[in-house]
Design a protein around this ligand. Structure first.
Ligand SMILES: Cc1ncc(COP(=O)(O)O)c(C=O)c1O
Length: 509
């Protein structure tokens, strides 16, 4: 029999397909595989797998396995070798671990000795093996794991009491928290320079939860005319049910804001900046001073800016909201929203959210977390392309007007320049034509999708008169949504390709 000596007591059989010939085989020495000659490595091609098997049988996690699927590999081989190996490992785990650089002592293995004694059948194993009595968490994985669970368990009542009293760190129920979502919240807080962030199922629900938690029944809020239509609909139809009244001001009308603050007991000023769809900009520092002098909170919906272009909290806002569906996630593949701010405020939103629901699915949390890794790259690209596009459109004879905060012609260009580091990827414009000409233009573009939403990798174009306001000519007139208005969300495609596409579509009208 060919054998390879590993440690004084460890022997691995290579001619029996990896079956252990000694119950004391526990672990290959550090850098074992690398130290083998090329020839020896070829002869032991399954050495990485064997290392994992040996580690799993020894009731400890493998030390940074380079291949294979982890602890599951050893489970099908129920033998006295395994039990004996487990017993040996259990006898001196600390001593063994200390002999292995980088070994993770704290992690329980996928199948423990206790589990084998307790779970006597495939049925019980199928339900509980690897989970009920300890799990392997790959804390050294580069990516954050998606934790798909609705609840969390406790070893005993004392642990639960310790959890309730803050001595044991865990979660309790999926509506109250999730490790994947928590990682996302921390990333968002870091980007917005916030003490705390709560992530929820949509941008709309982020606004609803924030307003519900922070505006008292019978309170008064101020908001602006130019905003996401559903936010306005929610405020107009739902807030009065709680006795909350509202003053609506034009985005640049600071006298109207002062007037509203002077004449009402205002709880909160809620505004987008830039706004949807005219990209108006509100001076965050100025309005935060105005609000704070009257004891009102300032909440900025910063969805159109993203935290890359604008950090509203550092300018004096108390709260910042995002539809994470847009730039944050950035791939047009997931819905989510968040509210960031001081702990004292966010914990109130969190308490409301924990009762009411609106939970972000952990898989969605992962998609957003993943999308955010390229947020800065995407947004910088979108900023550059959108600015060039806005400049190009402004010069085009078939364009009547362009709305983009990066253009000197924009009414709040000076504000945008002072509080934003980029002007975003959305350009709104009016074509020189009527409803039908605008419709022909939209139907002629080939690269952007004709769809709602914005901020993602794929360019999206729409005619708000149809997409968002088709049901109400009256509302279109009130909010200045002309038939020839276009909202163009620029993705990460090449500028020349997008420009050429617009040129050929404009030639059709
Ligand atoms: C500025 C703004 N805030 C909030 C929302 C709502 O976000 P969600 O669609 O994620 O609910 C939107 C949606 O388009 C938006 O444009």
């Amino acid at each position: 029999m060919a054998t390879v000596s590993l440690t004084p007591q460890a022997v691995f059989s290579t001619d029996t397909g990896g079956v252990l010939s000694s119950a004391t085989i526990l672990r290959f020495p550090p850098n074992f595989v690398r130290q083998l000659s090329t020839k020896a490595r070829r002869n032991c091609s399954n050495i990485g797998v064997a290392q994992i098997v040996a580690a799993a049988w020894s009731d400890r996690p493998a030390a940074r396995p380079h291949s294979g699927g982890g602890g599951g590999l050893g489970r099908g081989v129920a033998s006295s070798h395994a039990a004996a190996a487990s017993a040996a490992a259990a006898a001196s785990p600390a001593a063994e671990a200390s002999a292995i650089p980088n070994a993770k002592v704290a992690q329980p293995s996928a199948v423990t000795l206790a589990e084998r004694n307790l779970l006597g059948s495939d049925a019980s194993l199928a339900v509980h093996a690897g989970e009920r009595l300890g799990r392997r968490i790959a804390t050294d994985a580069i990516t954050t794991q998606v934790v798909n669970t609705s609840a969390y368990w406790f070893n005993n009542s004392q642990e639960l009491i310790d959890f309730k009293e803050g001595r044991h760190s865990s979660f309790e129920y999926g509506r109250y928290g999730n490790p994947t979502t928590e990682a996302l919240e921390k990333k968002m807080s870091a980007l917005e320079k916030a003490e705390s962030t709560v992530f929820v199922a949509s941008g709309m629900y982020a606004s609803v939860a924030m307003l519900s938690a922070l505006v008292p029944a019978g309170g008064h809020i101020v908001t602006t005319t130019d905003c996401y239509r559903k936010t306005r609909i929610y405020m107009e139809t739902e807030l009065p049910k709680r006795g909350i009244s509202m003053t609506v001001i034009k985005p640049a009308d600071m006298d109207a804001l002062q007037n509203a603050l002077d004449n009402n007991n205002v709880s909160l000023f809620f505004t987008e900046t830039p706004t949807n769809p005219f990209l108006r900009c509100i001076d965050i520092e100025l309005v935060s001073n105005m609000c704070h002098s009257k004891g009102a909170l300032l909440c900025i919906d910063s969805t159109f800016a993203s935290p890359i272009n604008q950090k509203a909290l550092t300018l004096g806002a108390d709260l910042v909201i995002h539809s994470a569906t847009k730039y944050i996630a950035g791939h047009n593949d997931v819905i989510g929203g968040c509210v960031s701010g001081r702990d004292e405020l966010i914990s109130k939103v969190r308490i409301y959210h924990h009762v009411v629901g609106g939970v972000l699915n952990p898989n969605a949390a992962y998609l957003i977390l993943r999308g955010m890794k390229t947020l800065h790259l995407r947004v910088q690209c979108q900023n550059n392309t959108a600015l060039r596009m806005a400049q190009f459109l402004e010069e085009h004879p078939k364009i009547a007007r362009v709305y983009y905060p990066g253009l000197p012609s924009h009414p709040e260009h000076h504000i945008a320049k002072s509080q934003m580091t980029g002007f975003g990827g959305v350009v709104s414009f009016e074509v020189a034509g009527d409803f039908d000409a605008t419709r022909t233009f939209i139907d002629s573009v080939k690269i952007p999708y004709h769809a709602p939403s914005f901020g993602g990798c794929e360019s999206i174009i729409d005619q708000p008169a149809i997409m968002s306001y088709w049901d109400s000519k009256e509302q279109r007139d009130i909010y200045g949504i002309k038939d020839n208005l276009i909202r163009f969300s620029i993705g990460v495609e090449d500028f020349e390709d997008l420009k050429n596409d617009l040129v050929q579509a404009l030639a059709k009208i």
